[in-house]
Design a protein around this ligand. Structure first.
Ligand code: ADP
Ligand code: ZN
Length: 868
């Protein structure tokens, strides 16, 4: 019996990243040469095919129907993965979302290559959550699928696979040299990476996914990742000079005595070099590698008490501590009242906002609730806005909950993430408390009993790109209703929205006004920069007041945090003779100068070039830098305080997988005395010894053109100030500014959250912004400026017909060209009470007409629902 393998498939344009909106699914004819492989690799004598609906992790608005033979159909359940062919030659991992559907009418169904799971990977409840998300945030289910599931579960023909040398070292090559595993491993000895499609031809199988999955599970291979590099070591050893050589004289004396031991001297010099003059923690292995000698020389130095070795726990995900859990801290009366009130609201099934000043012990209160949930055998989701925070909190929570704690975030290796997925699915005690960044929301909980959303005001809870552009806080509150699980939001500076929800009774409101131990909130002082410059009381960007406070703080053996919300050396380079400012060729922004690399870099697209010595416009060599970035702060600091060990924490210094923990642990261990950072240092870190927080320049925060600028400024400054004096003494905060009389700064220094809230709410009411209305931002994007102009005007006109005054724009965003794409945006304001679903349908209808205009079809439309 022969089948006709001439099938009709939708032709799909090439898929590049997450980018294209795939339209025009015209039908063309494709020849498929071979009989598709099935689970057993055998042909099927029966034609009793069933049809199933499969969700693919691509931004298409609909699912696809595939056929599957009778005997395999019986094994299939919704939520299992299947390997399916797609387009001309692509292979995808898809998810079964419907069983036994009708055959498709527009195309002939292809056959499923293989079932990849024995039981569902994704539950019905998860799928329901995804569907809500796609509909609420106006994106496709495929986009949610891709975001929701660790990449390792979504292998496709283009996925790159690499060998794992550790595995080979441990196990040797597989016994049977003819086995497909051996073939792949041998190939990977000669080649760094193989695409799965290449593995297919290597082992002469149409579908190599099961093989790859098997090898992944066994740990033989790894999937290429941007950041991860497999499992990280648990303990890492670091080296430093013995403290007795801190003094310069002692060090000189030491080098003199070592002059007859050149190898040892060399080791020391290498160490200094690696410390980069700032006592950067240096790994023992790093030094060994750098020196290129055996460990014996280093060992000799350690034995002579010249070097000191210390270890830090690097991996806090795989738990390595004792089995003994610490007891929960007893709560003080105010904390106890808060806890009881929270429980009361939970009984009423209301989400609760815990508004507690910085260091009031919110984390301690959470811990009590977590402990109760875990005792009941439930799972807990603890969301934090920043990976840096998981580093610190995992450690703190492990003291209480030992191996039940697991972190989940994008810096972990794919393997680790997959493991956590399975742990949760099996509802094991291990990893029943998940501490994660926003993507942890998608984990396959089995019996979720509590959600905590720490620092709920943080805007990094909102995913910006790609779709789904969801807000993890809001989505978590929705998800909690499925589980009937209580939700606790915590912040020292609640978002105006959440506070409004609390004030209007939608959330329960609980406050803690005192810091734990009665420690006063830090003393705040504004420094008038205009004054200081006029009176010549400045050293670089440091006012003498700030400089002296640093000296004093360091003398008290306390640490300092300096905050400047810009990275790089300076955001603008300017020619002093013609005024030319070098800009990015791809984006409409000036290039930021990075001194360490002597480069000009674009912070939007990554473009960079070396800094030239003369102006590209007029040739003059008199170039000046304007504006202040963290790199310059660090450089000036090193000049003012050459003896001081400083480190920088910003996007540039935290790219590596362990970079965060290294800096945070270095600061905790007081290896680092001064920490210079961007907003990364503002978010909920708990250090015990910070005496002073300096804000280098508050003005960029004040002048940001956004309806939320003042709220954010208040939050950021209050939060960074909150890092000072958290344990047993009062800290100090110095804020440098040209606007010392600004209302917001007054509110920050007096801790007047209520005043800020009232004022902001009034303004939002006047000008129609959230929480008074809902916002949908529509961005149009195209390479051709004219087309964006016209398309945006058309779209806005059409929106106005329906929404009238509720439409703002089109407008250019502050940076209107990024990567050579022009952007224009329209804001749709939806009054409370106007049904959201209906509004979105109207917008979708307008999109349909828009797409019908051939000139506009290639314009990319991006919806951002609840734009913040
Ligand atoms: P928040 O989360 O509100 O910023 P934390 O929970 O981090 O505050 O508390 C600040 C510091 O005070 C932490 O170091 C914490 O260990 C300590 N602390 C707070 N409450 C207690 C308590 N009841 N018993 C012991 N220490 C506490
Ligand atoms: Zn650029």
């Amino acid at each position: 019996m022969t089948r006709i393998w001439k099938k009709r498939f939708p032709a799909v344009p090439e898929i590049r990243g997450s980018d294209p909106r795939l339209r025009n699914e015209s039908i063309i004819e494709v020849e498929t040469a071979a009989y598709p492989e099935s689970g057993t690799g055998e042909k099927h004598p029966t034609f009793m095919d069933h049809f199933i609906e499969v969700l693919l992790p691509i931004p298409l608005a609909r699912n696809f129907t595939y056929s599957i033979p009778e005997e395999q159909f019986g094994m299939l359940r919704k939520g299992m993965r299947v390997a399916v062919p797609f387009g001309k030659s692509k292979l995808y991992t898809g998810l079964v979302v419907e069983l036994d559907t009708d055959p498709p009418t527009a195309y002939e169904a292809k056959e499923v290559y293989q079932i990849l799971d024995e039981k569902p990977l994704v539950s019905a409840l998860q799928l329901r959550f995804w569907k809500w998300m796609a509909s609420y945030y106006m994106c496709t289910l495929g986009e949610v699928f891709r975001t929701a599931v660790p990449g390792i579960f979504l292998l496709e023909s283009e996925t790159q696979v690499m060998g794992d040398s550790d595995w080979v070292a441990e196990h040797g090559t597989p016994e049977n040299p003819e086995s497909p595993e051996s073939l792949v491993l041998r190939a990977l000895e000669h080649q760094k990476a193989l695409a799965i499609s290449e593995i297919s031809s290597l082992v002469e199988r149409k579908n190599a996914l099961p093989l790859v999955n098997r090898m992944l599970k066994a740990g033989m291979i790894r999937v290429q990742e941007k950041l991860g590099d497999g499992y990280r070591p648990k303990q890492v050893r670091f080296l430093r000079l013995h403290p007795s050589f801190q003094e310069e004289a002692a060090l000189e004396e030491l080098l003199r005595t070592l002059s007859r031991a050149p190898k040892q001297t060399e080791v020391l010099l290498h160490l200094f070099q690696l410390q980069q003059g700032v006592n950067k923690p240096v790994k023992s292995t790093e030094l060994e590698k750098q020196v290129g000698t055996s460990r014996s020389v280093i060992k000799a130095l350690i034995d002579k008490d010249i070097l000191e070795e210390y270890t830090l726990t690097q991996d806090r995900i795989s738990y390595s501590g004792g089995e003994e859990a610490q007891k929960l801290a007893g709560l003080n009366p105010e904390q106890q009242v808060a806890l009881d009130t929270i429980r009361g609201f939970f009984r009423e099934s209301r989400p609760v906002l815990l508004y507690g000043v910085t260091a009031s012990g919110k984390t301690e209160v959470y811990s009590h609730l977590i402990s109760e949930a875990l005792e009941r055998g439930e799972q807990v989701l603890y969301l934090v806005p920043e990976i840096a925070l998981t580093t610190q909190l995992v450690y703190r929570l492990q003291q209480l909950f030992t191996s039940r704690v697991a972190a989940f975030h994008s810096r972990q290796s794919q393997q680790e993430r997959a493991e956590i997925w399975y742990h949760l699915q099996r509802a094991e005690e291990k990893a029943s408390l998940i501490l994660g960044a926003r993507s942890a929301l998608f984990l396959p909980f089995k019996n979720l009993g509590l959600i905590i959303i720490d620092e709920e005001h943080e805007n990094s809870y909102k995913q910006f790109d790609p779709a789904p552009r969801y807000h993890a806080r809001d989505a978590a509150i929705l998800m909690a209703t499925y589980w009937e699980a209580p939700v606790l939001l915590g912040s020292a500076t609640p978002s105006v929205e959440s506070y409004h929800n609390a004030k209007t009774g939608k959330f329960g409101l609980v406050t803690i006004r005192q810091r734990y131990g009665g420690i006063l909130l830090p003393e705040m002082e504004l420094i008038n920069l205009a004054d200081a410059y006029r009176k010549k009381q400045m050293s670089g960007h440091f006012s003498h007041r700030l400089r002296d406070a640093i000296i004093e703080t360091l003398a008290q053996k306390r640490q300092v945090i300096l905050f400047q919300n810009r990275r790089g050396f300076s955001p603008i380079v300017e020619c002093m003779s013609c005024g030319h400012v070098p800009g990015c060729p791809n984006c409409d922004v000036s290039l930021t100068y990075h001194q360490q690399r002597r480069q000009l870099r674009c912070h939007y697209c990554g473009f960079n070039r070396p800094l030239e010595t003369e102006c590209q416009a007029c040739g003059n060599t008199n170039l000046d830098t304007k504006g202040l970035g963290t790199e310059q702060v660090t450089a000036e600091l090193a000049e003012l305080f050459p003896e001081t060990r400083a480190s920088r924490m910003d996007l540039d210094t935290t790219r590596g997988k362990h970079a965060f923990s290294r800096i945070i642990e270095g600061f905790e261990a007081q290896e680092i005395q001064v920490l210079v950072g961007t907003q990364m240092v503002t978010k909920g870190l708990d250090f015990g010894n910070v005496g002073l927080v300096g804000i280098m320049n508050a003005d960029t925060l004040l002048n940001y053109p956004h309806f939320r600028a003042h709220e954010r400024c208040f939050q950021m400054l209050t939060q960074v100030a909150g890092r000072a004096g958290r344990k047993d003494y009062r800290g100090k905060v110095l804020i440098q500014t040209y606007n010392p009389y600004h209302q917001i700064l007054k509110q920050v220094t007096t801790g007047d959250y209520e005043g800020m809230y009232k004022e902001q709410l009034y303004e939002r009411e006047q000008f129609h912004y959230p929480p008074k209305v809902r916002l949908i931002k529509i961005t149009l994007r195209h390479r051709d400026w004219n087309r964006v102009e016209e398309g945006a005007a058309w779209f806005a006109r059409s929106l106005r017909v329906v929404f009238d005054k509720g439409v703002l724009g089109p407008e250019y965003p502050p940076v209107s060209r990024i990567r050579n794409q022009y952007h224009k945006q329209i804001l749709v304001k939806i009054p409370k009470g106007q049904p959201l679903a209906k509004t979105k349908n109207s917008i979708k209808r307008i999109e349909k007409s828009f797409d019908a205009i051939s000139n506009y079809r290639s314009i990319r439309l991006i919806y951002n629902v609840d734009y913040i």
